[in-house]
Design a protein around this ligand. Structure first.
Ligand SMILES: Cc1cc2nc3c(=O)[nH]c(=O)nc-3n(C[C@H](O)[C@H](O)[C@H](O)COP(=O)(O)O)c2cc1C
Length: 306
């Protein structure tokens, strides 16, 4: 899975869904992409809609499924289900800071505090599948407990193939600049994550010794970014056409009633920084049908309706 200058697309719940991943993939055919996190409970219990987070289109390529939960048995079972559905690797979420996951469910970032449980989960998941298993974690719970290296050492013993390290603590959530420490001598690849947006950000983490980089929020409104950073494409000339394509994928997938309000955030990100974007956002937020949304997009970017 590791080539020179490997760039991963981060899991982003509510954003890196099938329509958005399809666009990312169209610009970067080979880069690894992670799905939005999937609850092991929901998956094993067969909850409606849960499998949507791992709904692939044909030829999606190098796609990994991210799971979260606190039960080693259910985590192992869900990893197996996702392997059978075509995941190329399994990623275990050990960094999600939201209270519903990290405190109430004892999953995500909580596992940075309970290495015994983390070890059981990693061991059982690795045993359950024959594809690589990675973990995605943070520096530690808070400033006083930056214990990620201890967790990585346990991960190595459990047979984990690589680790993604988000350069913030759980207490920091997504605030303040990410700070990547120099990569210590560790026997598995470590992927750097947090505030990586440009070639020079990538160069910085490479110089710190990291084996690759994972890009998250910089993809908002820029599905081409990884492709551009890899040199396999340039920023599209006609963003309006791309926005329409994304909207059409979303309507095809979710249906108009769900897709139109869901698309407002994407419309805001695509238009950010352009002249009159504030007016465009206000307009889009009041639109409830696909045709009006398409017309607003065409008017804003000056493109033709297909
Ligand atoms: C809206 C949103 C959803 C996220 N969803 C997930 C997720 O499902 N799983 C996960 O491991 N991290 C998730 N993250 C964290 C990102 O993957 C990433 O670690 C974080 O945003 C830092 O990287 P960045 O600065 O490049 O965005 C999410 C972050 C945001 C902002």
């Amino acid at each position: 899975m590791f080539t020179d200058k490997q760039l991963f697309a981060a899991p982003l719940a509510g954003i890196t869904d099938k329509p958005f991943r399809r666009l990312i993939r169209s610009f970067s055919p080979k880069s690894p992409i992670l799905t939005e996190m999937i609850s092991c409970h929901s998956l094993v219990e067969g909850h409606k809609n849960c499998l949507r987070n791992f709904d692939r289109y044909e030829d999606e390529g190098l796609i990994g499924a991210q799971i979260f939960g606190a039960s080693p048995t259910l985590m192992a079972e869900s990893a197996k289900i996702l392997q059978d559905l075509g995941a190329k690797w399994i990623d275990i979420n050990m960094g999600c800071p939201v209270p519903k996951v990290a405190t109430k469910a004892g999953a995500g970032a909580f596992l940075m505090q309970d290495h015994k449980l983390a070890c059981k989960i990693m061991g059982q998941v690795v045993k359950a599948v024959n594809i690589p298993v990675s973990i995605k974690t943070r520096l530690g719970w808070d400033e006083k407990s930056k214990n990620w290296q201890d967790l990585v050492k346990i991960a190595v013993d459990c047979g984990i193939s690589f680790v993604t390290l988000h350069g913030r603590t759980r207490a920091q959530l997504y605030n303040g600049p990410a700070q990547m420490p120099e990569k210590p001598d560790l026997p598995i690849p470590i992927i750097a994550n947090g505030d990586i947006k440009t070639s020079s950000d990538i160069e910085k983490v490479q110089n710190l010794g990291y084996d690759g980089a994972m890009i998250g929020r910089a993809l908002f409104g820029k599905p081409w970014l990884i492709g551009c950073l890899l040199g396999s494409c340039k920023e599209p000339d006609n963003i309006g056409e791309l926005v329409l394509k994304h909207l059409n994928y979303a309507i095809e997938y979710y249906g108009e009633k769900t897709a139109v309000p869901m698309f407002r955030k994407h419309a805001a990100w695509y238009s950010a920084g352009l002249p009159n974007s504030a007016g465009f956002r206000i307009k889009v937020n009041q639109i409830n049908n696909a045709n009006d949304l398409k017309m607003a997009i065409c008017e804003f970017w000056g493109c033709e309706l297909d």
